[in-house]
Design a protein around this ligand. Sequence first.
Ligand code: NAP
Length: 543
Amino acid sequence: MSTSPSRDFDAVVIGAGFSGLALLHHLREIGLKTLVVDGEDGIGGTWWVNRYPGVRTDSEFSYYSFSFSKEVREEWTWSQRYPSGPEVLEYLNFVADRLDLRKDIRLNTRVDSAVYDEDANLWTVNFADGSSVTTKYLISGMGVLSQAIYPDIPGIDTFQGEKYHTAHWPRTGVDLAGKKVGLIGLGASGIQIVPVIAPEVHEFFVFQRTPNFIVETTNEGVSTEEMQYVRENYDAIYEKAANHPFGVAMEPAEFSALEVSPEKRREIFESKWNEGGFHFANECFNDLATNHESSELAAEFIRSKIREIVKDPATADLLSPKTYSFNGKRVPTGHGYYNTFNLPHVQLIDTASEPITQITEKGVKVGDTEYELDVLIFATGFDAMTGTLTHIDIRGRGGRTLREKWQEDGLKSNLGINANGFPNFFMSLGPQTPYSNLVVPIQLGAQWLQRALKWAEENGIERFEATPESEEWWAAETERTGKATVMYSEGKKAKAWFLGENVPGKAEEFQVYMGGGQVYQEHCRRAEAEGYASFLAPAPVNA
Ligand code: NAP
């Protein structure tokens, strides 16, 4: 395939993280002249940006990597069961070097807008420095949790001490030794930072509005034998993850928490708690995500663990979620989180019963009590899934932005891959893609797109564009499957990001597909087998 003289590139991918690297490799393989751009000054995407102390994967090394490159599989060695952020970043740099990707990646190149030209069937991508390029295919690899948000608390800009968001942590690091530190936000980011910085700081005030169910784990080194086993069995491990609803290489549990005796249930919970991390949610019982009673039994088990670990009963009680049950929020993996609250200089402050009223010049005010701080950390999350896509102007047919489309029509896409009105614009991990260990849908998505675009180029198909019917179908499927899980009933109570509940004013819609990664892949394969008919909307007559 050769680039038409009328365009600069065949494909432009925004974002140089896992998605951007996989897409560049796969699109190059079919001869598309591809450029990856990223606004940051390093590759790695989420792993480049999120460099707060304690950042690491919640997925285990054995299935948190690509399977498509034999060279990378053979030559890369992981050192820990749950690799640290810096190690994942090193891995991504290794991938970029080993697959010779760097020459087609432009860093420090932030996209301001991208505009579709109907007549030329081209996208113009405009960068912050005023330059632009044209491309036939535009692909977002911008990540699902990239648009960081700050809480809407009065006085947030008045604080005179140091202020950081976990997603914008300075690359040079932050010296917290001997300081009075406050932290707002206890999702997967906040709970990772707590045990790591606690030993350094002088006083630590942890402001908690909603407690989380955290499954603690140990983090062993990876032995040579283990790494060798994973290398030799990579395909099987990857297939297992691809066939699992949440993209983890685990055997889904076969029976309900309600089918066994209380003694047997406790024994199973205990053994999977000891394995740690995602083993608990995925391997105990098959209905912790679908049956409220079972999810509540898991919740009660974790509450009992909190009581065992945390010595002060009042603190243990505060750390125990009571307003929603297990799986109502994305369950984080802990590395000594609960135990941190046994340290004498760590104070848990309940901001549910008495809210934060103000951030002042000196610190944080809860009710009438002002906590004076040297450093205030926000781990307050993201405008998930849609945020990055609606933050910049992506203008499709008729100049309509994605933001306008989703605000006016509701969240609509075909399989989270493409949206009607946006020809030849694709999303890696778009909204309505699986709630999963993300490396799996990233790789499978890049491979799906590779086959789709190869087919399009070979068959003279000029436009890929979701049909309106496919969008209606997928929105209904996403809602139907989502509402069949406790992520709906409990997620609403917990104000979970996967329902859009964490962003004031955002519509309540499933941001992700909860029907299972393996089911999602079946839908993608079907779309392909049907000759991509659901992606071949006829152009409007007046276009
Ligand atoms: P998050 O789960 O959305 O948590 C945000 C936290 O900020 C919540 O505790 C929330 O409290 C609090 N918050 C927000 N606004 C507040 C306000 N006005 N006042 C008080 N508290 C406020 O965000 P996150 O921790 O960054 O995690 C997001 C997702 O990123 C995770 O679910 C996960 O998918 C991913 N992630 C993954 C990893 C990993 O795999 N290792 C690590 C980090 C993040 P409420 O609950 O009360 O709203």
